[in-house]
Design a protein around this ligand. Structure first.
Ligand code: GDP
Ligand code: ZN
Length: 302
């Protein structure tokens, strides 16, 4: 009996270099990995061993259901593991970038995570029609678009958001200024205290806003806040993965004259003719071409 060790499991709630904060039942532990391994992501369920009262070593990562990446020319970076949902927070004001929305959508498609767009600040009425008009493109592709106002209608916003996140592992993504922090604080009233705790535990110093963190709301529900970023590189996605991450391309794939068509300038390309007829938005095809171009620019990738 004595040598049958039960596996201790915990959820990774923050990462900083090779240091991880994990939540194990009621306690938070500061963990490191064995050797130089840094392949642990926020959201991972890990096996650990206690080395002292509040410290441990990560022994293994349990198989992931999903893994969300972003990447640049040089390397890819795990954003979070075991996500079921990605929420893209945009606002009526300041203006949001279509580029970031589409990149986040492509990332969600390629990792099998459902995506929803949350339009915040609908109380700014002057900018609302324009924002709705721009978001109609994504709604038309099948992505739900929800409207909220964190400051003008906090209770209604809270109710809408709780419905959306209940039972999911949700990551929130957005450009700065969209109201993502306001939204997090509405959903998780002690988020700032938790962040300070994590920062102190992992000794992140001044870089308190530059790490991804997970808030466990109940056994089935977690919210992950990622630092605001202006760029969402997807250099790690191959051309084949990219074309399948645009849902409006799917009915046309396999219909091109050449089986190895790049949907670039080829004659008889079904994607290009759908762009011409307006079935596929020019902007989305432009982004597809841009992403294919970026994927070809990777340097020293493993
Ligand atoms: P973040 O950079 O995305 O985290 O955005 P913040 O949460 O810091 O919000 C940016 C600004 O937008 C702040 O001044 C907020 O008070 C404001 N804001 C957030 N939600 C709303 C809203 O629903 N309506 C309006 N009018 N302003 C909001
Ligand atoms: Zn084609």
């Amino acid at each position: 009996m004595s040598n049958t060790k039960t596996k201790l499991l915990a959820t990774v709630i923050a990462a900083h270099g090779r240091h991880y904060l994990v939540q194990a039942d009621d306690i938070k532990l500061h963990c490191v990995t064995r050797g130089k391994k840094t392949d642990v992501a926020v959201g991972d369920i890990v096996e650990y061993q206690l080395t002292s009262k509040n410290q441990g070593v990560i022994e293994a990562i349990t198989p992931r259901k999903t893994l969300l990446y972003r990447s640049d020319q040089y390397k890819s970076k795990m954003l979070a593991a075991n996500l079921t949902q990605l929420l893209i927070v945009v606002a009526t004001e300041p203006s949001f970038a279509d580029d970031l929305i589409s990149r986040a959508l492509v990332a969600s498609e390629s990792s099998g995570i459902k995506a929803t767009i949350v339009l915040n600040k609908i109380d700014v009425e002057a900018s609302l029609p324009k924002a709705r008009e721009r978001l109609a493109l994504y709604a038309g592709l099948g992505y739900p678009v929800l409207e909220v106002s964190v400051t003008a209608a906090p209770e209604a916003t809270r109710a809408t958001m709780m419905d959306l996140i209940e039972g999911n592992n949700t990551i929130l993504i957005g450009q700065s200024g969209m109201g993502k922090s306001s939204l997090i604080n509405l959903l998780i009233p002690d988020a700032e205290i938790a962040t300070r705790e994590i920062s102190a535990a992992l000794d992140t110093g001044k870089h308190t806003t530059t790490f991804t963190r997970l808030y466990q709301m109940d056994a089935e529900t977690a919210v992950i806040d990622s630092p605001g970023f202006q760029e969402f590189g997807l250099h790690h996605l191959s051309e084949g993965m990219l074309e399948r991450a645009f849902p409006e391309f799917l009915p046309h794939l396999g219909q091109c004259k050449f089986y190895n068509c790049h949907h670039h300038t080829e004659p008889g390309c079904a994607i290009l003719s759908a762009v011409k007829s307006g079935d596929i938005a020019q902007m989305r095809h432009d982004l597809f071409e841009q992403l294919v171009h970026e994927a070809a620019q990777t340097i020293g990738y493993k």
